[in-house]
Design a protein around this ligand. Sequence first.
Ligand code: AMP
Length: 505
Amino acid sequence: MESGRESPRQLADGPTEKCGVVGIALADRAVARPLYYSLYALQHRGQESAGIVTHDGFQQHSHVEMGLVGDAFTAADLESLNGSTGIGHVRYPTEGSINACCAQPFSVSFKSGSLGLSHNGNLVNATEIRDELANLGHAFTSDGDTEVIAHDIARNLLDEDLIRAVKHTMERIHGSYSLTIMHDDVVLGVRDPQGNRPLCLGKLDDGYVLASESVVIDTLDGELIRDVRPGELIVLNGDGSGYDSYQLISNDHTAHCFFEHVYFARPDSVIDDSLVYEVRRTLGGKLWEESGIETDVVLPVPDSGRAFASGYADAANETTADGEPRAKDDAGVEFAEGLMKNRYVGRTFIMPTQDERERAVRLKLNPIKSTIEGKTVTIIDDSIVRGTTSNQLVRLLKDAGAEEVHMRVGSPPIVAPCYMGINMATRDELIAANKSVDEIRQEIGADSLAYLSIDAIAESLDSERHDLCLGCVTGEYPFDIDGETADRAVERPVIGEKQPFAADD
Ligand code: AMP
């Protein structure tokens, strides 16, 4: 056990979701407001529901509501969440129904106390464990996999202490998970053995915090200590005085999700020691090196394309598309805002038809004609999923007078669904799963189209390919995907639209 130190030791013998999780333990201040602000900082990770569970030393208090953080809690709700330890969650569903029953934190009372659980990730063997537990008499109230984890830990707690109970559940569950857990008034954080989803640890003036992204720690004026290690359990002291670390499972390699860096995380977050903004700028520079094309102007697709486009334009102003140093009298390329985003388009609701998805793009983005008219332009986005956004944008830019529209994409073609917790389109809907790059170019109407290579992703993240989860761009996942999960992932409804409240969408 490590007490606020950096050398964990082994314990003796011992959709869900594209979501955001947090857990906080304070000395004696009420935790509800810091949790509420944390969820605001994580709003981009889920807009479906928000929830907080606290414990006052005697009993658990919970408030979980559908909708955005700002709408989910009233001042009275926060007042009622007593206690100085608690966990929180924002949800954007992948597995499980899109309704109130799957909103989190999930809480349950059982023989040896109360348990609250916030989960970011997706288990690939939840059905198997659910069936086993159901046969032992466990009654499930939701079809999400978070409840499966809660029941499994609760069952283990009948016979063993908390640390062993968590370890034995970790040994049974497969897939991606970053969890914040409350057992009575004790807050814990766990990251799956491959570190697929992010989780970090920070220090506050009067306590400690565990969160999906470091922006939470910034928002609370705290200090980032480090990422939680893959397979590690952190237990926060109830009085906010420190934390203990247990390396419960060790793995030879990691499977960090590269897409967190490309799209999902906020650019101002530090994940696995890298500032997301800088990674995106580096990726943009590599995009120029690999497939730069000389055009009059470079435009980001706001907001997630911005850091890529600035890195691309900076690289373009240093070397030509042929890799030669730019001459002093060569004006290089102009970096401009050519697309304005309407920040007040309401919360993304499920848009079931292609027609509605296309309309949503038009509602969100509008061109600035003067930066486009009569020019050759390059637009940079982080990714193409269905192709809806790029298709609409190319048309918009041409209608606004662009002479040529070239598209550059800051990730490799997305050819397969994500089973690890990011809500992406189904295989049938993924444009790159079914078409070559040139066919996509034709379909979106661009004059040229190029994606970033997988090698560039690995280099920019300073990582080996086998230490990254590249499932959506290779179709090879860190886990065997059982037929059940794969079928559900193909059938489930998806929200492929950019989310209007995402800080970086
Ligand atoms: P599409 O229009 O379907 O090609 O989606 C691409 C756009 O959606 C890009 O502008 C991305 O920034 C954004 N995006 C990528 N992945 C996701 C996701 N999992 N959920 C929501 N938006 C996404």
